[in-house]
Ligand binder design. Structure first.
Ligand SMILES: Cc1cc2nc3c(=O)[nH]c(=O)nc-3n(C[C@H](O)[C@H](O)[C@H](O)COP(=O)(O)OP(=O)(O)OC[C@H]3O[C@@H](n4cnc5c(N)ncnc54)[C@H](O)[C@@H]3O)c2cc1C
Length: 402
């Protein structure tokens, strides 16, 4: 790769401009990469498919994720407006007795709960204030190698446009659209899927705690949200959810009724008519980088939401990939490969941690959801394509049901 164009306050809708890097996907990972690149003097453009108004999953920031976020925005302060302080979590996992984990002694301070689209939109505004051109409601329609760089065709609200760049960042979340267009395969370790409903927070629910509960069919979490709301999410394998009709409000509410601690805290669920369904298989790309491109955040690898670390990983991989790109653009030919190798190693470490955590829950070892995770061999190998599990492609990719 040759030296990239440096950053300049270009016309935000100039579609002929050549950039050092085009970031596809303006979520946390893409914006972390874009902010790191622009600070290093690289010219960047971010392409985001949405206008940030729709619901997004991921509401809890651990204390260390909050610290990383502050560092990313510095010297601008991170105002807690729109965030709800979190003092820790209460988990019923492995026995009927709830365990408490407090953030109060954490050297990084409290955790935080947030409406996720608020966080992503905040980062997008920050990037724009640093003159990073960000096109919303914009989709990539065609990608092509051109010399050592790329020609990128996009569809914007103002019509089609074409861009040229030296390198691409794939920050498109689990769909990993840039990598997949290069023929890179994604391997799945499970068929995890989340089903979430948002309700008014009942008066008895702890205002500053995440509550987690394991059940025979999977596990639930409840997180308080700013504005007096509460999000309730069930995580299980797609076939288990389908068997219990839990992708629809009636079946989902019926499974909720069989929780113990959460039901005591929350009460009945008559009001839930709309659910948000997300596929979130533990998965990774076979290669997190290639000639002139690099994948970040969920595009590179998805961790089980049990880890509560997806946002932290998105922030960190965005930064690490940006540094690798700067090195590659400066002539260090092995930088992207080294980044990809580190991602693969980190994923292996994460798989061990995931297995250790699931093996703490042995009460329903015969149930499909738990049996798959307690089998050490199955848990450490990618799923074969023909496991007989219900095809996840039959699910709505995002958005609501009911
Ligand atoms: C139910 C659930 C709960 C979770 N809870 C937590 C939690 O409490 N804490 C935590 O840290 N993590 C949590 N996670 C994980 C966390 O949400 C993800 O790890 C994180 O969102 C990854 O960020 P990302 O930027 O890589 O991807 P995403 O957040 O998926 O962002 C991808 C972006 O790319 C855009 N995009 C996609 N395709 C295109 C395209 N073709 N062109 C342009 N733009 C495109 C999307 O619109 C989006 O803005 C949870 C996940 C789930 C499913």
């Amino acid at each position: 790769m040759k030296t990239p164009p440096t950053s300049s306050p270009a016309d935000p809708m100039d579609s002929t401009a050549t950039h050092g890097v085009v970031v596809v996907g303006g979520g946390v990972a893409g914006l972390s990469a874009a902010l790191t690149l622009v600070r290093a003097g690289v010219s960047v453009r971010v392409l985001e498919r949405t206008d940030y108004s729709a619901w997004r999953p991921g509401e809890t920031l651990s204390p260390v994720a909050w610290a990383e976020l502050r560092q990313l925005l510095a010297p601008e302060p991170l105002e807690p407006e729109g965030f709800l302080e979190s003092h820790g979590l209460e988990a019923t996992w492995g026995s009927e007795r709830p365990h408490h984990h407090s953030f109060l002694a954490n050297p990084y301070g409290s955790g935080w709960h947030v409406e996720r689209r608020h966080l992503d939109a905040l980062l997008a505004r920050h990037a724009q204030s640093l003159q990073v051109p960000l096109w919303r409601d914009t989709c990539v329609t065609h990608l092509e190698r051109e010399g050592h760089g790329w020609r990128v065709r996009v569809r914007t609200p103002r019509g089609p446009a074409e861009l040229r760049c030296e390198a691409l960042v794939d920050a498109t979340g689990r769909s990993a659209q840039v990598a997949r267009r290069q023929g890179v395969r994604r391997r799945d370790w499970d068929a995890l899927c989340s089903v979430s409903g948002v309700i008014d927070r009942p008066p008895g629910f702890p205002e500053q705690h995440l509550v987690v509960e394991a059940t025979p069919r999977g596990w639930w979490y409840a997180a308080p949200l700013p504005g007096g709301h509460l999000i309730l999410t069930l995580l299980s394998d797609v076939d288990v959810l389908q068997r219990h009709d839990a992708l629809r409000p009636a079946g989902w509410s019926a499974l909720f009724s069989s929780t113990r601690h959460l039901r005591e805290r929350v009460g009945g669920l008559e009001a839930v008519t709309r659910l948000h369904v997300r596929r979130c298989e533990t998965s990774r790309l076979e290669h997190a980088a290639g000639e002139g491109w690099v994948a970040v955040g969920d595009a590179a690898a998805m961790w089980d939401p049990l880890s509560s670390s997806g946002i932290l990983k998105a922030l960190r991989t965005g930064r690490a990939a940006a540094r690798a790109l700067c090195a590659a653009l400066g002539g260090h030919s092995g930088a992207l490969e080294e980044y990809a190798r580190q991602q693969a190693e980190e994923f292996s470490r994460y798989l061990s941690a995931r297995q250790a955590h699931y093996s703490l829950e042995q009460r329903w070892a015969g149930e499909d959801f738990w049996r798959r995770r307690l089998d050490a061999r199955a848990a450490s190998h990618p799923r074969a394509d023909d496991t007989g599990a219900v095809r996840v492609s039959t699910l709505p990719i995002s958005g609501g049901t009911g």
